[in-house]
Design a protein around this ligand. Structure first.
Ligand code: TXA
Ligand code: MG
Length: 312
């Protein structure tokens, strides 16, 4: 069900949950100080209680009212990348953020989205929690129809059309003296080098401490279609009948090809990625070969990471 910004604000004030567009993916918004609404978010998504939520704020100043100690480079990161698809995990004053939103951690994840609808709603009735508007384990929603697929056609969504980015924000976590990538996202690690003086590395998810304490959400299965994906870095061998590939390449033996975009345009590919993953299941395709013969650089890294998780 499509609703206006006004109605979304009224519903949020009334303790309800609504879906809102952002520049990355749709978010499932609830007011940060409405415990029941946040409980509803976890229930709707079927999200484990130990996976904390991202908080949307409307101004960079708001951040100061939640955070405690000063962490190196925070101001420069905010100046350079906010509003935008960067989420910062920072130590907070525990009393200022409900424990349910941060899964009892002493940190919280903050984001100032660069989307006029998300900003309008956050500035009128925020701060909000806003995890991605999909069932846990499903690909995120990048159009209103995806939200309705997961939560039903009566679920209230503010229509912002297709989200430009198509994959989630990049999460930066400060850990043992350095910023690390908690989740690859729209902003590739390379873009932080100038501000930080070093390129942040992804956290090592194999290390118990880094994975479970610092970025718990990355432990869970993500972005998974029912379709079995076979990742291919070499040329297509004709084994699976469906191929997920690029419109500037040819796969002559395939019965069906789903196009992610051009093999030279990672922005287009990330924009289309979850739509294609969802389409595989809509078309009831049981198995597909995925062309991953792209550079392991920039936004391609995020695309490869999401497809690799989807194939687990
Ligand atoms: O682009 C986005 O970030 C979207 C839009 C809607 O804002 N939101 C989003 O939220 O992707 P969600 O809940 O699907 O992903 C949040 C991720 C999870 O992996 C969670 O574990 C991590 O952020 N996270 C949240 N709080 C954290 C914290 N205090 N420490 C470490 N990781 C945290
Ligand atoms: Mg999510």
């Amino acid at each position: 069900m499509r609703i206006s910004v006004e109605e979304a604000c009224a519903r949020l004030l009334n303790g309800e949950v609504v879906a809102v567009p952002t520049e990355t993916v749709y978010g499932l918004a609830a007011r940060l100080h409405s415990r029941e609404a946040i409980e509803h978010v976890f229930k709707l998504k079927n999200r484990p209680a130990d996976n904390p939520l991202i908080i949307h704020i409307a101004t960079a100043q708001e951040l100061k009212s939640f955070t405690m100690s000063s962490v190196p480079h925070v101001d420069q990161l905010i100046q350079t990348f906010w509003p935008g698809p960067l989420t910062l995990v920072l130590p907070i004053e525990n009393t200022k953020i409900p424990d349910i939103a941060r899964a009892n951690l002493s940190t919280a994840a903050f984001r100032l989205p660069n989307h006029p609808i998300a900003q309008a709603i956050a500035s009128r009735v925020g701060p909000l929690v806003a995890p991605s508007a999909n069932l846990s384990g499903h690909p995120s929603a990048t159009i209103p129809e995806h939200v309705e697929e997961d939560f039903g056609s009566d679920f209230p969504v503010v229509n912002g059309g297709a989200c430009e980015g198509g994959v989630e924000s990049t999460i930066l976590v400060f850990f043992e003296g350095y910023w690390h990538i908690g989740r690859l996202g729209i902003l590739p690690p390379e873009v932080f080098s100038e501000v930080l003086g070093y390129q942040p590395e992804p956290l090592d998810m194999k290390k118990e401490k880094e994975a479970s304490i610092v970025c718990p959400g990355q432990y869970y299965r993500h972005y998974a279609p029912l379709c079995r994906l076979i990742l291919g870095y070499q040329g297509y061998d004709g084994q699976s009948c469906a191929v997920v590939g690029y419109h500037d390449r040819s796969y002559p033996q395939a019965n069906e090809v789903l196009f992610l975009g051009s093999s030279t345009d990672p922005d287009e590919v990330s924009h289309n990625l979850y739509k294609i993953l969802r389409l595989l299941d809509e078309k009831k395709i049981p198995e597909a070969w995925v062309d991953l013969n792209v550079p392991r650089l920039g936004l391609w890294r995020t695309v490869i990471e999401r497809l690799s998780r989807a194939a687990l």
